[in-house]
Design a protein around this ligand. Structure first.
Ligand code: DLL
Length: 417
């Protein structure tokens, strides 16, 4: 472990640490004049910030960040902000996040924890193909690798030929990129010295994991995070591949039901984070929109941190077709279980007529068989279009686009009409 005392701490000791940190956060927010402090005051919490736990405290959402764009929610003087990151966001509107020097240092340690959980050491070479820039993937992992003392190859995304060349020539043992880009690199069929990959920034199924592990071949691990909370390194899998360890000494996690009540262990809910040790943008109960479940209990690796499941969907990503709820992740699981179907697919939600139609564009496989498997799993009929290889767009940089809404105009892909 990179920080064994924190990652392997007893559950009681950690609970006490979390309670103290939460009270500090509440006091800090109450002392400021921001939206979070106002909400706390409205809830009737006194300035001494004596709270028992998270339940009942007000929540925060993306809307709050949008409304205070660009950096209105800062809890420190602007002069203390040393970097800005963010994301284009699921809704297309940018979300910006400021970092103090302390925030960057915390972030580096969280990413170093993820690298060590994947078996990386100071002797490792990390081929980092997450995009560098405003996106947190590239620079987050980069700083984590530096904190670990590994050798980082700052490839950024794109230019696949050059990536393959440097993978071979520098003999990296750790690959970091989006899972869709890992498929892209794997399909090139180049022999490497890679042992493990740390993939995240977009949802990916167990079926995609199996595909990546056989293509590259490596151990494929999941890493989760979001810029609002810090970036990658909020949670990450270890080599046991049995859930993502949430760094809950710094990121208090809950899963909430649609009414805002915590769900029981194992029951999926909306991931909600509080960040008591963040300086520039501390968040109280930030609702992420991501759906997963939580599981307490020690892992065989020795970490005692609560584990989250893979993200199974987004609260806003569910497609309702004839009353049936469909998640893109389920479509992916079905497709990859079908023989001959490539990992490149697009779920097209055709909303041109009053009745929504689901079209699944894929490459390879036997159309009627895929259709039957999808109907059986989803409980709703889909139109499967098997397109010629190379038709479904690949991701060179950034996150894979797995779902598109077709509201009017020409089809989003040729061959769908
Ligand atoms: O994607 C941070 C990151 C970079 C995580 C590199 C992992 C690796 P954002 O651009 O702000 O930050 O996007 C955050 O991406 O709310 C999820 O919806 C999604 N996401 C991130 N990691 C995963 C994952 C980065 N492992 C949003 N599985 C989040 C599923 C993920 N979805």
């Amino acid at each position: 472990m990179f920080e064994a005392a924190a990652e392997g701490m007893s559950v009681d000791e950690r609970a006490a640490l979390q309670a103290g940190r939460l009270r500090d956060l509440v006091r800090r927010l109450l002392a400021g004049d921001g939206v979070q402090g106002r909400r706390l005051r409205d809830t009737g919490i006194g300035h001494e910030g004596d709270v028992d736990g998270l339940d009942g405290l007000p929540t925060t959402g993306k809307q709050d960040l949008w409304e205070s764009y660009p950096l209105g929610m800062l809890a420190v003087p602007r002069a203390d902000v040393v970097a800005v990151h963010g994301s284009s966001g699921t809704g297309g509107r940018p979300t910006l996040v400021g970092y103090t020097r302390g925030d960057l240092e915390l972030w580096a340690r969280m990413c170093a924890r993820a690298l060590v959980a994947a078996g990386a050491t100071a002797a490792s070479t990390v081929h980092n193909a997450y995009g560098y820039g405003l996106f947190t993937g590239g620079l987050g992992i980069h700083q984590g690798a530096l904190a670990l003392g590994a050798t980082v190859v700052p490839m950024s995304a794109g230019q696949t030929d050059r990536q393959l060349r440097l993978l071979r020539d520098l003999e990296a043992d750790v690959l970091t990129c989006t899972p869709s880009y890992a498929i892209r690199l794997g399909e090139a069929g180049v022999a490497t010295k890679l042992k493990v990959g740390i993939f995240g920034a977009e949802p990916w199924s167990e079926a995609l994991r199996a595909r990546i592990e056989s293509l590259l071949p490596i151990k494929a691990l999941d890493i989760y995070g979001l810029s609002e909370v810090i970036g990658p390194g909020v949670a990450a899998e270890c080599l046991e591949q049995d859930g993502l360890h949430v760094n809950e000494d710094h990121f208090l996690v809950e899963t909430l039901d649609p009414d805002g009540r915590p769900t029981a262990p194992g029951v999926p809910g909306e991931l909600t984070f509080s960040t008591p040790t963040k300086e520039a943008l501390p968040l109280l109960r930030y609702r992420t929109g991501d759906v997963a479940s939580l599981r307490p209990g020690a892992c065989a690796c020795g970490r005692t941190l609560v584990r989250m499941s893979k993200v199974t969907g987004r609260v806003d990503d569910m497609v309702v077709v004839r009353g049936v709820n469909v998640y893109p992740s389920e479509v992916e699981a079905v497709l990859l279980a079908e023989p001959g179907v490539s990992p490149h697919y697009l779920l097209v939600v055709d909303r041109r007529a009053a009745a929504t139609r689901l079209v699944v564009a894929c490459e390879g496989g036997h159309g009627p068989a895929v259709e039957a498997a999808l109907t059986a799993r989803l409980g709703v009929r889909t139109d499967v279009r098997v397109l010629p290889p190379g038709t479904v767009p690949r991701t060179e940089a950034g996150k894979a686009r797995r779902r598109v809404d077709w509201t009017d105009g020409p089809a989003p892909l040729r061959g769908l009409e």
